[in-house]
Design a protein around this ligand. Structure first.
Ligand code: SAM
Length: 280
């Protein structure tokens, strides 16, 4: 029996179902159920919430979320080998777990979820950033989720919470901090996973703000910061040349010197610039 429920320990689940980790699917499993319950607690009060989990694998975090009281968990898993193991979790938790076999980049989970919705995941590294950017950049705000509790490589987590002027400051910081409060809540060494990845990891908790910190059009802001940080060493008048024909005027109208570099520009200034560009 395990630490948090009546199901077998994760090592046994992995052995029984032949879930040898596949690198191509970003599989680094969490085996300590005390740790997965701790991560689940960082997601907030789950009792009245549906939780969307991406990449449940053998079900460690899934069990943490269910044991911590999630109303329902909808889990999307690409690896068909994991589905029988997850069916055992669903049976043990009275049908509070629904599993969809598929690619999280293609499945629309919304038809299966009832608000309020939280998202929690030990994300496959190969799709993690793309999913985060999608969740942060819908045209309308607030989004379908109230919070995101996500495991990333530590370096990516630091980019999400980075302040202007720092080396890690860039597109992820701007998009995350524009519409959410973001903080690192747990740091994890490689040995917390099986197999251990090469780098350390961290869990980031993001809470959706009721409205963005500053007005801006999501698509324009995305385009502007992507271009600005794509060539972060260049002056903005050069890196943003392709974004607007009269970019120097737009920068000045937004209160930014055309000779500045992207990492010196605050979130508020990027939003002002996006408004100026959208106007033109
Ligand atoms: N949640 C488990 C845990 O914490 O031990 C597994 C985490 S492992 C880092 C990532 C999981 O995401 C794997 O189970 C992998 O098969 C799954 N996965 C990879 N790409 C996926 C995708 N595009 N859509 C859904 N699941 C995916």
């Amino acid at each position: 029996m395990s630490a948090i429920d009546n199901l077998p320990p994760l090592r046994e689940v992995i052995a029984t179902h032949g879930l040898s980790a596949r690198k191509s699917l970003g599989q680094n499993f969490l085996l300590d159920l005390n740790l997965t319950a701790k991560i689940a607690r960082q997601a907030g009060d789950l009792s009245g919430c549906d939780v969307l989990e991406i990449g449940p694998g053998p079900g460690g975090l899934t069990r943490g979320l269910l044991a911590e009281g999630a109303r329902r968990v909808l889990a999307i898993e690409k690896d068909s080998r994991c589905i029988p193991a997850l069916a055992e979790v669903a049976a043990a938790y009275d049908g509070r777990l629904q599993v969809i076999e598929g690619d999280a980049l293609e499945v629309n989970p919304l038809e299966h979820l009832t608000p309020p919705i939280r998202i929690a995941a030990n994300l496959p590294y190969n799709v993690g950033t793309e999913l985060l950017v999608r969740w942060l950049t819908p045209q309308e705000w607030p989004p379908f989720w109230t919070s995101l509790t996500l495991m990333f490589q530590k370096e990516v987590a630091e980019r999400i919470v980075a302040a202007p002027g720092s080396k890690a400051y860039g597109r992820l910081a701007i998009l995350a901090q524009w519409r959410a409060d973001a903080r690192i809540v747990i740091n994890l060494p490689p040995e917390a996973f099986s197999p251990p990845p090469k780098v350390s990891s961290a869990v980031v908790h993001l809470t959706a703000l009721p409205e963005p910190r500053y007005p801006a059009d999501a698509a324009t802001l995305s385009r502007v910061v992507a271009a600005a940080f794509n060539q972060r060493r260049k002056m903005l008048r050069a890196s943003l040349k392709g974004v607007a024909a009269d970019i120097e005027d737009r920068l000045l109208a937004a209160g930014i010197q055309p000779t500045e570099r992207a990492e010196q520009v605050s979130l508020e200034q990027f939003c002002a610039l996006s408004r100026e560009i959208k106007k033109s």
